[in-house]
Ligand binder design. Structure first.
Ligand code: ATP
Length: 354
């Protein structure tokens, strides 16, 4: 196991700036998830850590030591990709032992490590099968086993679950979490799936266009997003964002756009008039009456996601989404009263949280 540090990593492919001055520290034994939309540079970053791609600038350190001049093998990191790439003519057991055989490890030790890893992953009964005789989930477990068997210093996973169906993905995700709790290897895991990131990560790194927007624990990413990109990328349905003017009036701030206004009370903002965005998650708004600011909205439609329903409504011209109880029965055109709690609002100035 090892800690990982990335210092000012930049990478360009022709005219594409894939990574711009990326800095990150992953503690020994930590599960770190790189999360971001397609093309944001996650896989490139992982490949730079593995030593499969070279960076243009910056340094990769394992346990505080630069490894930039070391080959992937010398770095002693293991990588698992979306495509499992098992050797089809070899049994599960031979697939698991392949890397160790290549390193000239003693046969009895290989046997012992294969059994140990197979037990850890619950695949002992599959050791004599060929990959084609396995399900997708079992193949993925073998691929992880192949990386785990030699207990690398760092475990790098690039969208390892995206070829699995939704239900299996949830199961393997839970297994992976359990496995990590057991072996506590340092993991860097790439995904564009926010639920995967939030459930697996001790630490989540949100990226866009080659830059890191926020590094934090999952609950902080959700509760205190650093900017409007993180605020709207995490959460489903996404956070409601309203653009308008913030003005200081009679001892408190007031938000105003063309359709509605809200009293916000005291804020860490300088007095004066500012253009801001305020954000509120669908579940942070109550429907009905209660202490808070009341706004009247017209229902456009209701969407049902099983455990909850969501009201899609309009505050005059401004669309708003609100979570409602599953038994809610609002009709299109109906007027509903929404309760906004100013203390639950997220306020962004020039895109950044204040
Ligand atoms: P995805 O989730 O789609 O895999 P990603 O976040 O992993 O995306 P990368 O694969 O790291 O993104 O790509 C980052 C950017 O660099 C993209 O714009 C991509 O087109 C570009 N890129 C990646 N590899 C190469 C390459 N070998 N040559 C040219 N451009 C590349």
């Amino acid at each position: 196991m090892a800690s990982l540090a990335l210092k000012d990593i930049s990478k360009r492919f022709d005219n594409v700036k894939a990574l711009s001055r990326v800095n990150l520290h992953v503690e020994d034994g930590e599960f770190c998830v790189l999360l971001g939309p397609s093309g944001c540079g996650k896989s490139t970053l992982l490949q730079i850590v593995a030593g499969l791609t070279g960076q243009d600038e910056g340094s990769v350190l394992l346990d505080g030591e630069p490894v930039d001049r070391l080959s992937p093998r010398e770095r002693d990191v293991a990588m698992v990709f979306q495509t499992y790439a098992l050797y089809p003519h070899m049994s599960v057991s031979q697939n698991l032992g392949f890397g160790l055989r290549m390193r000239g490890v003693n046969k009895s030790i290989i046997r012992q490590k294969i059994l140990e890893t197979a037990r850890l992953l619950g695949i002992e009964h599959l050791l004599d099968r060929k990959p084609r005789q396995l399900s997708g989930g079992q193949r993925q477990r073998v691929a992880m086993g192949r990386a785990l068997v030699r207990r690398p210093r760092l475990f790098l996973l690039d969208e390892p679950l995206s070829n699995l169906d939704a239900r299996l993905r949830i199961n393997v995700r839970l297994e992976l979490k359990r496995l990590h709790a057991q072996i506590r290897t340092t993991v860097v895991y790439v995904t564009h799936d926010q639920v995967e990131a939030m459930t697996l990560g001790d630490k989540v790194v949100v990226m866009r266009e080659g830059r890191i927007h926020q590094i934090a624990r999952p609950e902080t990413i959700y509760d205190r997003p650093a900017d409007t990109f993180v605020a709207t990328f995490i959460g489903s349905p996404p956070m409601n964002i309203f653009k308008g003017k913030l003005t200081w009036r009679e001892g408190g701030f007031k938000f105003q756009n063309e359709d509605f206004s809200l009293d916000l009370g005291r804020l860490p903002a300088p007095p004066g008039e500012h253009v801001v965005e305020i954000g509120i998650r669908p579940e942070e708004i109550d429907v009905g009456q209660g202490p808070g600011t009341l706004l009247l909205a017209q229902v456009e439609m209701l969407s049902n996601v099983g455990a909850d329903k969501y009201i899609h409504a309009r505050l005059e011209g401004t669309p708003i989404t609100v979570r409602a109880p599953k038994e809610a029965t609002y009709q299109p055109g109906q007027i509903v009263s929404l309760v906004i709690h100013p203390e639950r609002l997220h306020i962004f100035y020039k895109g950044r949280r204040i």
